[in-house]
Design a protein around this ligand. Structure first.
Ligand code: HEM
Length: 512
């Protein structure tokens, strides 16, 4: 696998450059050996995941991936914090609610997703890889003075009841069209759910529910997601940077190819939007146009900068998470027939054509979706890169007097750990129990960290739209079919997202 990955990147460059790069890398390592031999403990009193001299945890990080490094850090940091050196980078894991809340509460000046890499400082942040592949990604990797204003535009568009009520009928229509397309033997229900979400985005943003013809969007977003969670692109980029093959922030050859596919799909979508607008001059504005108008763009023509950046982000963000959420709900309901029958009772008794009902008058459905997001948070981890030296104040709560986070340190946070640790949730932490959110006094918000949509000033600005889409598709599927999973054992696989480790084949029998 490593050789294949290397081959993909190496294909960009000539053999002589590769040899020069390798010699240069060895010299660079030698220099780092010297530096590391004279350097001191970076976080005194905090457990360190020991690795090789100079390379630190790099070999395991490359071979086993980022989620494995995070898990190993959690295992050694019983007090909620630990760290590893990875060459010249320091990866810190915080995994105690108070510490996590503090870090996610930092403003961008103290910590952000990408961090400050001016001066060529190495960073493993997957968000930088995403930026090289897709360009600026709207709010997701913006950390500047207009953040609050941008967030309020998104929140009005995706997290307000008013705008979601306006979208409700088209969500139902797309859900019905997609549910009707299901055949009796479905090879992978996740594929159908992803397709529903992509069509929904196509319709909502551009008036084009067919944007995924030939699986173009799905294939592209799968490639982007895989690379974002892979540490190799960062290595390859820094080697090229070291030898001035690329300039800071510039995409490598293979990343540039991917970027041109992104530009192609986004341009196609925008052409479809203009077609839709020309044919429906009196129709309400499509969502991407609304975003544009609310961030300085006109009623027609070129989109504002923020809106066109959202078109980039939307290519890989938003649909997998919705599709996976539906898939994990079906997996859990299949394993828990009692809960499924309680849910069916609620669905059958409700007027699911009414937005107000689906939005907040179906408590058991809400509990099922929340519980699914708890044990299977599709965004299972995040990170912040420290920009300004900061004392981690809440570390004193876990018996550490002075933990000083320094610029460039990367702080990893595992939402999956916070959601499933018995330490916070009790002995049934890993079990699917939607009732925990319904029985009075059972769910303690303070002690039981629930962060499926993040936390703090950079939490998710689209979660209400996402939850509505998940609920509507789930209701539509369950009302139309009896869904039986062919294989009842599905484990999670930690990649960039938390996915089922194999296709989720189902038998869909139409209800009469
Ligand atoms: C089930 C679906 C979704 C899940 C699980 C999800 C999860 C998350 C999480 C965990 C974060 C915080 C990441 C961090 O802490 O670094 C986040 C941020 C974000 N999400 Fe979502 N999200 C979903 C759907 C959406 C949708 C539909 C939108 C559409 C607008 C969206 C837009 C964003 C943006 C722009 C941010 C960054 C906000 C900022 O930095 O200020 N997400 N999401």
């Amino acid at each position: 696998m490593i050789l294949n990955t290397l081959h993909d990147y190496v294909a960009d460059v000539s053999p002589s450059l590769i040899i020069t790069a390798t010699v240069g890398l060895l010299m660079f390592m030698g220099l780092l050996t010297f530096i590391s031999s004279v350097s001191e403990d970076v976080l005194p009193g905090v457990p360190e995941l020991k690795g090789f001299p100079v390379l630190g945890a790099l070999p395991s990080h490359l071979i086993n991936g980022i989620p494995d490094t995070i898990n190993r850090l959690i295992a050694i940091g019983s007090e909620g914090i630990s760290y590893a050196n990875v060459v010249s980078n320091v990866l810190v894991s915080v995994h105690e609610p108070a510490l996590v809340r503090e870090v996610l509460g930092y403003p961008d000046e103290i910590a952000s997703r990408e961090g400050d890499t001016s001066g060529g400082r190495m960073s493993w942040s997957p968000f930088l890889t995403l930026r090289r592949m897709c360009g600026q990604l709207s709010l997701f990797n913006y950390a500047g003075p207009g953040t609050r204003q941008q967030r309020s535009v998104y929140i009005r568009e995706f997290n307000s009841n008013k705008s979601n009520m306006e979208k409700f009928d088209s969500v139902r229509r797309i859900a019905k069209d997609h549910a009707d397309m299901l055949v009796a033997d479905v090879d992978d229900i996740r594929y159908s759910a992803d397709n529903f979400a992509i069509a929904l985005w196509g319709e909502t943003l551009y008036g084009n529910p067919h944007q995924n013809a030939d699986d173009k969007v799905l294939n592209l977003s799968n490639t982007i997601m895989d690379l974002a969670g892979d540490p190799w692109p960062a290595i390859w980029y820094y080697i090229q940077l070291l030898f001035h093959i690329v300039s800071p922030g510039q995409a490598t050859g293979s990343e540039a190819k991917l970027r041109s596919r992104v530009v192609e799909v986004v341009s196609h979508n925008i052409a479809k939007l203009e077609e839709y607008e020309a044919m429906n001059p009196k129709a309400p504005l499509k969502t991407i146009r609304n975003l544009s108008v609310n961030t300085g763009g006109g009623q027609t023509g070129r989109l504002s900068k923020v809106a066109s950046e959202f078109a980039n982000l939307n290519l890989f963000g938003g649909h997998h998470s919705i599709g996976l959420n539906v898939t994990w709900c079906l997996i859990e309901l299949d394993k828990h027939p009692e809960q499924l029958s309680r849910l069916m009772g609620e669905i059958d008794a409700a007027d699911t054509t009414d937005f107000a009902v689906v939005n907040n008058k179906m408590p058991y459905l809400d509990a099922v979706v929340t519980e699914t997001n708890r044990i299977h948070p599709t965004v299972h981890a995040t990170l912040r890169v420290i920009n300004r030296e900061t004392r981690l104040a809440s570390a004193s709560d876990v018996g550490k007097r002075d933990v000083i986070l320094k610029p460039g340190m990367m702080v990893f946070i595992s939402y999956l750990h916070l959601h499933t640790s018995e330490k916070f949730w009790g002995p049934d932490a890993r079990q699917f129990v939607p009732e925990r959110f319904l029985e009075p006094g059972r769910y303690n918000k303070e002690k039981m960290p629930l962060m499926s949509f993040g936390y703090g000033p950079r939490n998710c600005v689209g979660y209400k739209f996402a939850i509505m889409a998940v609920k509507v598709y789930l209701i539509t599927l369950l009302k139309t079919y009896k869904i039986d999973l062919k294989d009842h054992n599905h484990e999670g696989k930690l990649g960039t997202l938390l996915e089922p480790s194999k296709p989720v084949a189902v038998r869909a029998t139409r209800r009469t």
